[in-house]
Design a protein around this ligand. Structure first.
Ligand code: ATP
Ligand code: MG
Length: 1023
């Protein structure tokens, strides 16, 4: 057999199929050697054996996931990720529903393995936002269910007390859509969970959550702060080493939130859990009855009150339900009082029932969140993690049920890997030497046979009228199975003349596949019928607490039926059969967990313990069948479909039979050695995984080749189509372009032809006129169509060479040589003049500009209003007419005062009394103070001897235009107010009388203005 290098390159052998020599001893030492080198996984073909390391190993990192993702099962070191990858890729690529069966005894690592498988699948499928939410919800269902469904036992600190089968559903791309959890147990088997079964403490979710609940919500949940005061928790320490209750509690709450539980739902869940706890605190005491019958009553009423307050129920109803029982017979109700023992039994049954129903509600509620709504066909991967095989000192009905379930799982393994495989070889006509193995069907029949298995006998005993007890049940078993090779009891042993003191008289023993287990028959009857008194169910239904009420629909009197509910064993058998049917419909993948020691200690490998597991798990037989058999088989049709692309015979088309086609599809060099392949009647068998691996590898390469061909063809087609489209477009564009170009050319030619025509016609007309002698009558411009240009040219060139002078006052401009140029010439003249003015303005200095502005201001004030204005225009404004600036005193003063001299001139004053102009000048100064002064100005006529004169002063100046203009400018500059000038008529104030002054033109020859005063009027004659 050809070996895989990566399986060989490890401690011992990675695949037990390669073990040589093959014996129980060599198998055991191989497992031991690998375990001690921290190689906890080993294969038997595609079955993974996992030995619990009881310590964290660095083999579950993201890098490891990366390595195993898309890697080949046989090309990597044995790992649980490899089987998860194999199952997932088979589901995704081959469209086959998968199930992963994890088996092993309690504490062997099944739950951990199931979590690893789930986390691997979650890590390798895609990472979109929707998918992440689904993945999170699926993963978070674990801590919630573990919290309420796991318990600390003497075999495992975190023992699953429920069987979890989770179907994860995927779409066609292999992305998870949701899931469905099935709880493999029956409703009336609550004792699996809780309350001090021997060796089993309270479900640690229940137990471990209590301290935190007690601490955080004592008032709300009516609990004691110290949880040890609660009866059901007792003195046992439910805490797990290395676990922090508060963190755990928080993690469970977070998980519930992620799954979609509302705050109210979580609170109600805690309240119901608190009710279970408080029921354990209820104390009953015997009471006296007149009839002398036993009766009981509640001793601690406060606890009853608390419970009733929590669930919204009348105390009297619960008290009555707990202390009495109502039996209906022939439409009559008979109320009987319960003894103290019966009262306690009822109380405990109620607590168990509430907890069990609450757990089922939890599963249903999680399913509501993760379940996929109807839609496309989905692929399913089921992961089964069930309570492991258990052997305690005292084994009761719970262990019987658990071990029965494990027996069935072993049966499915045997059927599918050993029996079914060998039978298939016979069916298919393959040459085969049978391998013997232990078939546990006989034990399964012993327990479940419908014709008289232990469960059926138990049911019969439970339903039988008359007194039933453990002894009568045992007698019935002895009678039925006294000679059964897998059954033992005191009686059967003594019948066989064997004295077996290790077997108490109340017990019977079953030889399970995994070992002999002695069951105590006491309690079987009660636990199988474990019914709740109807009164208690009805009391719960009357509670106002929504969740609790919904847990007891059977308490509704309208729905009450007198029919007996099915027994626990019956329900369990039914649920196991459904599970088996589900598993048979899927492709199985096995993880077989082994417990290396009883101490839950790392690095300890107890040979005897492992040997017994190797034996009962049938690993040796598994290896033998595997070695002799074929690793892989497939019906011809799917085989042809998958591999026909490998051969030119079958690719691309095959019309022959599938069998012949599958043979032809092998392609050259597929089978390295003889016997590698066997052809059955309907299937082809491949012996070694290596061959399958090679075949898959060749298929992968061929798929790549074909993909290249498809890509090539597609790209060629795409380019051709593109090219044809472009060509079509190009032809269209060039057609349009040519059309457009031709159209333009035509229009151009048409215009040219018209022009030529015009000239030709003109020429013809002129010729006719010349001949007729009428040409001189026409304006010269029309003499020839070609005579204009030289004339224009001559005009413009002439103009350029003879431009008028640039003096602004010069407005001369040459006349237009032709009439048709008159307008253009006028336009040119205006442009030239504007240009000349601009040039002139640009070269003016600041002083000159200021002087011009003053002139302009004077023009605005006086033009057309004052006769003197005309002659004053050419006279420049001098400002200082008296030479003040040259005066050294003034210069000194100016340096100190920094004022600005505007005007200094000599004026003459008009006498107020007679209007005569006073001879001799009166010097005056107009000055503007420096900018930092307050903006006032002053006119300073030199004071005369008439000091103290009042009223206005009428002055005569030779430079009146300049004086007034400057006064106006200064006023404007300092006060932003324009002066109003009255050139002809104004009034003035002489002393206290107002004088109307009129300015009139005097006779010619007047050199000086003359003022004539008559009363209150004065006439000024100006020259
Ligand atoms: N792969 C592993 N790596 C590290 N520790 C492990 C591994 N598998 C199991 N364990 C340890 O063993 C303990 C028991 O494992 P687990 O709960 O999975 O057993 P089980 O087979 O589910 O038991 P039961 O049937 O009682 O539920 C775990 O709590 C963990 O500490
Ligand atoms: Mg478990």
């Amino acid at each position: 057999m050809e070996a895989n290098p990566s399986v060989l390159a490890t401690v011992g052998v990675g695949d037990l199929v390669l073990l040589d020599p093959l014996s129980e001893e060599s198998l055991l030492s191989n497992l031991r050697e690998r375990f001690l080198h921290k190689e906890i996984y080993t294969y038997i073909g595609n079955v993974v054996i996992s030995v619990n390391p009881y310590r964290q190993l660095p083999i579950y990192s993201a890098e490891m996931v990366e390595q195993y993702c898309n890697g080949n099962f046989y090309a990597m070191k044995p790992h649980i990720y490899a089987i998860a990858e194999d199952a997932y890729s088979s589901l995704r690529d081959r469209n086959r529903d998968q199930c992963i069966l994890i088996t092993g005894e309690s504490g062997a690592g099944k739950t951990e393995a199931s979590k690893l498988v789930m986390s691997y699948v979650a890590a390798v499928c895609s990472k979109g936002a929707d998918v992440t939410k689904v993945k999170e919800q699926l993963l978070q269902s674990n801590p919630v269910l573990e919290a309420f469904g796991n318990a600390k036992t003497i075999r495992n600190n975190n023992s699953s007390r429920f069987g979890k089968y989770m179907d994860v559903e995927f779409d066609f791309k292999g992305e998870p859509l949701g899931g469905l959890i099935s709880n493999c147990e029956c409703n009336s088997l609550p004792s699996l969970h809780v309350l001090h079964a021997q060796g089993t403490y309270a479900a640690h979710g229940f137990a471990a959550l209590q301290p935190v609940m007690c601490r955080r919500l004592p008032r709300r949940l009516k609990l004691q702060r110290d949880c040890r005061h609660h009866g059901y928790l007792g003195d046992e320490n439910p805490r797990l080493p290395g676990m922090d209750d508060a963190t755990n509690f928080q993690a469970v709450q977070d998980a519930m939130r992620i799954i979609g539980f509302s705050e109210a739902e979580v609170m109600q869940l805690l309240e119901v859990t608190a009710v279970v706890l408080k029921l354990g605190d209820l104390q009953l005491s015997g009471q006296f009855q007149a009839s002398g019958m036993d009766a009981c009553g509640i001793q601690n009423i406060q606890v009853l009150r608390d419970i009733c307050e929590l669930i919204g129920l009348q105390e009297s109803i619960l008290e009555q339900a707990l202390c009495s029982r109502t039996v209906e017979a022939k439409q009559e109700k008979v109320v009987t009082a319960l003894s103290v023992a019966q009262g306690y039994f009822g109380r405990d049954a109620l607590a168990k029932n509430i907890y069990s129903r609450l757990f089922d509600w939890l599963v249903t509620r999680i399913n509501e969140s993760i379940q996929v709504t109807a839609g496309e066909r989905r692929k399913v991967m089921g992961v089964l993690d069930i309570y492991g095989f258990e052997i305690f000192q005292d084994n009761s009905f719970e262990q019987f049920i658990i071990n029965y379930c494990n027996e069935k799982l072993q049966q499915i393994f045997i059927l599918m890997t050993l029996k079914e495989e060998q039978e298939e070889y016979f069916r298919e006509g393959i040459k085969w030497t049978p391998v013997t193995f232990f078939d546990n069907s006989i034990i399964c029949d012993l327990i479940e046979s419908g014709k008289g298995g232990i469960l059926v006998l138990l049911d019969e005993e439970c339903l039988r009228p008359g007194t039933v007890s453990a002894a009568t049940f045992l007698a019935k078993l002895d009678q039925a199975f006294g000679s059964h090779e897998h059954y033992e009891s005191r009686k059967s042993q003594s019948d066989r003349h064997i004295t077996d003191t290790s077997l108490p008289s109340t017990c019977f023993r079953v030889h399970h596949y995994a070992g002999k287990v002695t069951y105590n028959a006491t309690g079987f009857i009660e636990k199988n019928t474990d019914r709740l008194y109807r009164g208690l169910a009805q009391a719960m239904w009357q509670a106002k607490h929504t969740l609790l009420r919904s847990l007891f629909p059977d308490g509704d009197p309208k729905k009450a039926s007198l029919k007996m509910p099915p027994t626990a064993g019956f329900q369990f058998k039914a649920s196991i059969n459904t599970l088996m049917k589900n598993l048979y419909s899927k492709n199985p993948n096995y993880i077989r967990c082994i417990k290396p020691n009883e101490n839950q200690a790392p690095g300890q490998f107890t040979d005897e313990l492992v040997r017994s597991q190797v034996r009962y798990l049938g690993l040796l037989e598994n290896v033998r069948v595997r070695r002799a058999g074929y690793a892989y088989r497939q019906p011809y049709q799917p085989c042809l479909e998958r591999y026909r692309l490998l051969s030119t015979h079958t690719w691309p088309r095959w019309t022959g039979t599938a069998r012949y086609g599958a043979w032809g599809a092998r392609g050259p060099g597929t089978w390295s050695s003889q016997g590698e392949l066997a052809y059955g009647h309907t299937k082809v068998f491949i012996r070694t995984p290596q061959t399958l691996f090679n075949l898959e590898e060749r298929r992968r390469r061929r798929v790549e080749e074909l993909a290249t061909v498809i890509q090539k063809t597609y790209r060629g087609w795409r380019c051709r189509t593109q090219y044809q489209l472009m060509r079509k477009s190009q032809i269209l564009i060039s057609a349009w372009f040519r059309g457009h170009a031709q159209k333009k050319r035509y229009q151009h030619m048409k215009r040219a032809a018209l022009l030529i025509q015009t000239y030709a016609r003109g020429w013809k007309v002129r010729r006719a006129l010349v001949r007729g002698g009428a040409l001189p009558l026409l304006p010269p411009v029309l003499h020839s169509p070609f005579s204009l240009s030289p004339k224009l040219q001559k005009f413009f060139l002439g103009l350029k060479n003879n431009l008028p002078p640039l003096t602004v006052s010069d407005r001369s401009w040459p006349p237009a040589p032709y009439r048709f140029l008159t307008n253009a010439n006028q336009e040119l003249k205006t442009i030239f003049y504007h240009w000349k003015c601009k040039k002139y303005r640009d070269q003016l200095s600041l002083e000159k500009r200021a002087a011009m502005q003053t002139k302009l201001c004077a023009s605005e004030l006086f033009k057309g209003k004052k006769t003197r204005y005309g002659p004053s225009v050419p006279e420049p404004f001098q400002g200082d007419y008296v030479g003040l600036q040259k005066n050294p005193k003034y210069q000194k003063l100016q340096a100190a005062a920094r004022g600005k001299l505007v005007l200094a001139d000599t004026v003459r004053k008009v006498n107020q009394a007679n209007g005569k102009v006073r001879c001799g000048g009166l010097p005056g100064v107009l000055a503007v103070p420096a900018q930092d002064a307050d903006g006032t100005w002053c006119l300073l006529p030199q004071q005369t001897g008439t000091g103290g004169a009042k009223g206005d002063v009428l002055l005569v100046s030779d430079h009146v235009i300049e004086v007034v203009t400057r006064v106006h400018q200064v006023l404007l500059e300092t006060t932003q107010q324009a002066t109003t000038i009255h050139p002809r008529r104004f009034s003035t104030q002489f002393k206290k009388s107002s004088i109307a002054v009129t300015v009139v033109q005097g006779p010619k020859g007047h050199l000086e203005p003359v003022c004539k005063k008559k009363g209150k009027k004065m006439e000024v004659l100006v020259c």
